[in-house]
Ligand binder design. Structure first.
Ligand code: ADP
Ligand code: MG
Length: 707
């Protein structure tokens, strides 16, 4: 991040002096609550209330204007009515204020009028080099430096997670909940309308914030998807980013849109963007806290080997199932480790993984078993499960767990706990959390948290991919095809053009030639070699087979003539005034597995690339996957591997594996094609026949943006 911007943000989040503009003596007013919160938090810097009608607010000297304050101002918190915000900001600018938190609402979130006002505010702030958080926010908190510049009910629970929330109300509620779940925050940012500073800025900023270990986001919509993707990819290599994206359902998307006035990108593309930039997706609010907290409290998980230590078989099995579900199957453990575990259990215990200490186990057995697991080089992560029994006190078990971890010099590998039982169990869980050991009342949750740590560790170890274009691209040829169509005012490329375009990016397409007469068709068929396929080419026909415009497997010259005329008749019948460019004669590709490679342009993230199996797989099962373009071949391979139909490509049930390498290469090339040619707004290579060796594009459609 630009050090100058970073410094500005640091001074906003850890200010030496704060002006509260619109401070009030009326306890009902936000202008009162902000001053009160700063005082209650024990803020150690200077607080300057600004209010022309008061001399003193909450025991602090008040100033008529920010210009009257005899000190530099690192942060101005603005709570005056929207219409006077521009004047106030002008004053802040003259005063040389470093940064602004604009709590006031009534800006872009209310529509056109508010949007204009917001633009004006941004323009003034820019002129003076001031950065803005908001408007339409709750404020900011910094637990490490006792800053509560917000009208939330209080400070968040202290910890190492930076939480950035686009919803103010939810933000306030989550601050309250941090105390219940013991989810510690380093910083809380209510980001509101993001008129200036946005998610990308904070993702970039918190990467280097030493007080933050995990970045947690509640997102309704990001503003500049591209930048978000880039900065997240870099930051997530340094520390985990976990995001809860609202509006992934169709209805949810429109609710979010009217909420903050930002566009919610389509669900699939968000998922893809998160995946490719290493942003961990939270399923819901609880999941956001569970994952963020586990990641903040535990070290990374260096390998795939984890053990379950339990006093009950049932929860052990549930956790084993969860391990498989969340992608960390429970491994068998080596003999010598089993022998060690055997020492801390009765005869009828089980030293296999899950390590069942039996219902007889007390804190003593738990301590011994945990110690063995912590000391073992084989073990990379540990789940400790406990079902409440009559002869044990859960608090004693909890204390035993902490003692062993402390004896080992702190948590050197993830230890996640789940206790199941009544009230005493919940007290023990709370005690564990207070002592920075993640603990849950559901074993599946503990396993999910561990899996998240493992998946994140793997991601963080992989080098950051900055995609480079493949060799063998004829960009000039591609430009010519696109420009010709545009100059003719066409939105759709003809099939031969679309396929030539793909070919110019190094993807194999059928041999083909456009015939204007029956005789030409015969001649071209002879040149290409039988069997051939004949297809209509018309600007008025997009779906060729629907109008009888495709004839396949044509084996002789006579058949070419017959097909040629039949196609023309069919088309004339279905689309009476269709303009006809000619008939495309092309090689008949041998049958292969049909796949589809496509692209759409997303309003937030720009060009995307899609892959799936063709035919019913795409139409009925929607078994497709997306990425934001461009991508490398390696990333394309991940796409291929993640569709449900992957076994068909990998070679299931005695079938030979298909050419994944060439397929991945083609997907990557399509991603470069759409990335480098912004006029392409839709692309569909369908079907592409995939073989044991190679592939061929049989049909393609490309839509251009006119203008
Ligand atoms: P449409 O405009 O209706 O999508 P297509 O060009 O995709 O027309 O042709 C319809 C079907 O004909 C394809 O899905 C494919 O099964 C088959 N087909 C088309 N072109 C070829 C070809 N060159 N080789 C083999 N089969 C082809
Ligand atoms: Mg087709």
């Amino acid at each position: 991040m630009d050090p100058e911007i970073a410094l500005k943000i640091t001074k906003m989040l850890d200010p030496k002096s704060i002006a509260v503009i619109g401070a009030s003596r009326n306890p009902e007013k936000i202008g009162y609550q902000v001053v009160k919160n700063l005082l209650n938090a024990g803020y150690e810097g200077k607080i300057y209330p600004v209010n022309p009608n008061a001399d003193e607010i909450l025991g602090l000297k008040a100033y008529p204007s920010v210009l009257d304050i005899p000190d530099d101002i690192d942060l101005a918190v603005i709570v005056v009515p929207a219409k006077i915000v521009p004047n106030v900001i002008e004053d802040c600018g003259k005063k040389g204020v470093n940064g602004l938190v604009i709590i006031t609402s009534g800006f872009s979130e209310i529509g056109e009028e508010g949007k204009e006002l917001e633009e004006k505010v941004v323009e003034i702030a820019k002129r003076y080099g001031m950065r803005i958080i908001g408007p339409n926010v709750v404020g900011i908190c910094n637990t490490k430096h006792k800053v509560n510049a917000s009208f939330a009910m209080g400070m968040p629970y202290e910890g190492e997670i930076a939480l950035v929330s686009q919803s103010g109300a939810l933000g306030v509620a989550l601050i309250g909940r941090t105390w219940i779940d013991r989810v510690g925050l380093s910083k809380f940012i209510s980001i509101g309308n993001m008129a200036d500073l946005n998610f990308s800025d904070f993702v970039e900023y918190f990467k280097d914030d030493h007080e933050t270990k995990v970045i947690a986001l509640y997102i309704e919509g990001v503003k500049d998807g591209r930048r978000f993707l880039e900065v997240s990819a870099e930051s997530s290599k340094v520390k985990p980013i976990i995001a809860l994206k609202a509006g992934l359902s169709k209805r949810g998307a429109s609710a979010a849109m009217s909420h903050t006035g930002s566009l919610a990108g389509s669900a699939e593309v968000y998922k893809a963007a998160f995946k490719q930039s290493g942003v961990i997706m939270a399923e819901d609010l609880t999941d956001l806290f569970v994952k963020a907290n586990a990641l903040a409290l535990c070290p990374r998980m260096k390998g795939d080997n984890w053990v379950i230590i339990t006093n009950g078989g049932g929860v052990g099995v549930l956790s084993t199932d969860a391990g498989e579900k969340y992608g960390i199957p429970l491994p068998d453990i080596p003999e010598e480790l089993k022998n060690e575990f055997r020492k801390c259990m009765p005869e009828f215990g089980s030293p296999k993984n899950p390590v069942d200490l039996t219902g007889m186990a007390t804190e003593k057995e738990y301590k011994e078993a945990l110690k063995i697991a912590l000391k073992s080089d084989f073990v990379d992560g540990i789940i400790v499960l406990y079902c409440h029994t009559a002869h044990t006190d859960p608090m004693e078990i909890a204390k035993a767990i902490k003692e062993v971890i402390d004896e080992e010099g702190g948590m050197k590998k993830p230890v996640i706990v789940s206790f199941i039982g009544g009230k005493e169990v919940y007290d023990a869980i709370d005690w564990l959390k207070e002592n920075k050991i993640p603990a849950y009342d559901a074993p599946e949750m503990a396993v999910k948290a561990l899996a998240t740590i493992r998946h994140y560790t793997k991601w963080s170890e992989k080098p950051l991919i900055k995609p480079k274009p493949p060799e063998g691209i004829d960009r000039e040829k591609a430009r010519k095809i696109i420009e010709k169509a545009l100059s003719e005012g066409r939105e759709w490329l003809f099939e031969d053009e679309a396929k030539e375009l793909l070919a110019s990016y190094g993807i194999r397409v059928t041999k083909m030639r456009l015939a204007k007469t029956e005789n030409e068709a015969v001649q071209y068929a002879r040149e290409i070699g039988f069997p051939v396929v004949l297809k209509i080419v018309s600007p008025d026909v997009v779906h060729k087979s629907d109008v009888g415009g495709v004839k396949v497997d044509i084996k002789s010259e006579d058949d070419v003539r017959r097909a040629y005329n039949e196609i023309l008749e069919n088309v004339k019948r279905h689309v009476p005034n269709a303009r006809i460019e000619g008939i495309l004669v092309q090689e008949m590709a041998p049958w292969g597995t049909e796949v589809i490679i496509g692209s759409t342009r997303d309003p937030q993230f720009g060009p995307t690339v899609m892959f799936g199996l063709g035919g019913i797989f795409v139409e009925i099962l929607k078994d497709v996957t997306f990425r934001v373009a461009p991508i490398e071949k390696e990333q394309a391979k991940e796409m291929i591997e993640e569709i449900k139909g992957y076994p068909i490509i990998a070679g299931a049930r005695g079938r030979k594996p298909l050419d994944k390498e060439t397929l991945a290469d083609a997907i990557s090339r399509v991603s470069w094609l759409v990335h480098e040619n912004p006029e392409i707004i839709e692309l569909d290579a369908n079907p592409v026949f995939l073989y044991e060796k190679g592939l061929i594009v049989a049909d393609a459609r490309v839509r251009l943006r006119r203008s």
